[in-house]
Design a protein around this ligand. Structure first.
Ligand SMILES: O=C(O)CCC(=O)C(=O)O
Length: 250
């Protein structure tokens, strides 16, 4: 079972940090499977894979829906300690929605714009969380995740298009009053886990290291009480489409 303090921190701050959620041996196994999947599926991942530069394989920055590609990741997403933790933190049954690979390659990883994940999810009520599982050592130099502590209590903020592949929406105004005072970030080791509420403001700098990658897995779970706001979702899709078209990306 998980310690009550983990949930108390999550409820209070909008994020929680669990050190050594997985052991070095378990992390090694995940990395080996990731390498294998990227190798086996490099040419067949289609629109699941995003690159900083699509002509340069080493600039792979995201893979969406990893669980659809390979049974090892299906298990890790649906039948794992991650899934159990999601229910513990949400306080209700959880629906596993997306599992992503996030990378900031050395010398090529761009910043993650400040955003709230719930803006993408379009849920009402917005009961959902994201787990960010470190596969590399991450710090200020290679783009560790940063939060505005307590921002999950301030509701949904306005977002605009960012033009950033994989993070198309970012806060229209940032930092807002109080954000800088409440900024927190953590140096993490492979196997450490951060979890944040879908309303928690977060972002990351680019990778300023020429040698160190910044690899992570993202896990998204919705609470069973969260319902898709169909109207908002349709409106969002329309806007996304027209923005992409205007930018010449379609
Ligand atoms: O990996 C990153 O830089 C940010 C990931 C993120 O925004 C998320 O997990 O919601």
């Amino acid at each position: 079972m998980f310690a009550a303090q983990i949930k108390a921190d999550y409820d209070d701050q909008g994020y929680t940090l669990i050190r050594s959620f997985f052991s070095p041996t378990e992390v090694h196994k995940i990395l080996k499977n990731l390498e294998r999947v990227i190798d086996e599926h490099r040419t067949t991942m289609g629109d699941r894979a995003f690159y900083e530069d699509k002509d340069q394989a080493h600039t792979l920055k995201q893979i969406q829906r990893l669980f659809e590609i390979d049974p090892y990741f299906d298990d890790l997403f649906f039948r794992s300690r991650f899934a159990e933790l999601a229910e513990f933190l949400l306080g209700e049954s959880a629906k596993a929605v997306n599992m992503q690979f996030f990378n900031k390659p050395p010398g090529a990883g761009l910043p993650t714009p400040p955003h709230q994940d719930g803006f993408y999810f379009k849920l009402n009520p917005c009961r959902a969380l994201t787990m960010w599982f470190a596969l590399d050592f991450a710090d200020a130099q290679n783009g560790c995740v940063r939060y505005v502590s307590g921002s999950q209590t301030g509701g949904m903020r306005s977002h605009n298009s960012t033009g950033v592949l994989g993070f198309s929406q970012g806060l229209a105004e940032f930092p807002a009053a109080g954000d800088e005072e409440n900024e927190v970030s953590f140096e993490v080791q492979p196997g450490d886990l951060l979890v944040h509420d879908a309303l928690t403001v977060h972002w990351a700098e680019g990778n300023g290291s020429a040698t160190r990658s910044r690899k992570a897995l993202g896990f998204i779970y919705y609470g069973e009480s969260a319902k898709l706001d169909k109207e908002a979702a349709e409106e969002y899709q329309k806007k996304l489409y027209s923005d992409l078209k205007e930018a010449g990306r379609l």
